[in-house]
Design a protein around this ligand. Structure first.
Ligand code: GAR
Length: 200
């Protein structure tokens, strides 16, 4: 069974959506460990409540390389096959990314390459886009940049606020993250230049 290492910083709703799909038998994987750089992350408490391995790995006071070495060691200790970033709000070092080649995924709340970085839903709303959305992508050494596995579009409605828009984007995030994992775990795939090609 494919072993997932979930890495998060906050609420953990994307992690919970993935956990639910696994429980319902829709995603052939198991969660080996959930790690948070923030000890008070709701997602960590939710993982503990579910009886999952949940690890607090505070980043305060450590430089990025040192922190990422500890993160890598913890993931290796739990023998993870894939690193699943689920609302992880730190930039990963090149060393960490090279340690798990083509095995780190992220979800970002915009249609990349538009609006990388923080508060993407607010950025898109403030820009005045009519179509927003979310992206599941491989992580490479540039921020919010790697090859795209799946995207979902979300129309901006009259009367939306950044918050109502973000809530509808989040619903789509919960759907496409598990769907992206299912495709990668159950079908052959390869990355050609930066295109993710899925076979049957
Ligand atoms: C999600 O909207 C996710 O796309 C975003 O943080 C939120 C985490 O929510 N991630 C990023 O912005 C990464 N740059 P969650 O903790 O409830 O899954």
């Amino acid at each position: 069974m494919t072993r997932l290492g979930i890495v998060l910083s906050g609420r953990g709703s994307n992690f919970l959506a993935i956990a639910a799909q696994i429980e319902q038998g829709n995603l052939p994987a198991e969660i080996a460990v959930v790690i948070s750089n923030r000890p008070d992350a709701e997602g960590l408490a939710a993982a503990r409540k579910r009886g999952l391995q949940a690890l607090s790995l505070p980043s305060k006071g450590l430089d990025r390389e040192e922190y990422d070495r500890r993160l890598e060691a913890a993931l290796r200790e739990h023998q993870v096959d894939w690193v699943i970033l689920a609302g992880y709000m730190r930039i990963l070092s090149a060393g960490f990314i090279r340690a798990f080649p083509q095995r780190i995924l992220n979800i970002h709340p915009s249609l990349l390459p538009a609006f990388p970085g923080l508060d993407a839903q607010h950025q898109a709303f403030a820009y005045g886009v009519k179509i927003a959305g979310c992206t599941v992508h491989f992580v490479d050494e540039q921020l919010d940049h790697g090859p795209i596995v799946l995207q979902a579009a979300v129309a901006v409605e009259d009367g939306d606020t950044a918050e109502t828009l973000a809530a509808r984007i989040l619903q789509q995030e919960h759907r496409i993250y598990s769907e992206a994992l299912r495709r990668l775990f159950t079908r052959p795939w390869r990355i050609v230049d930066r295109r993710v090609e899925l076979g049957e």
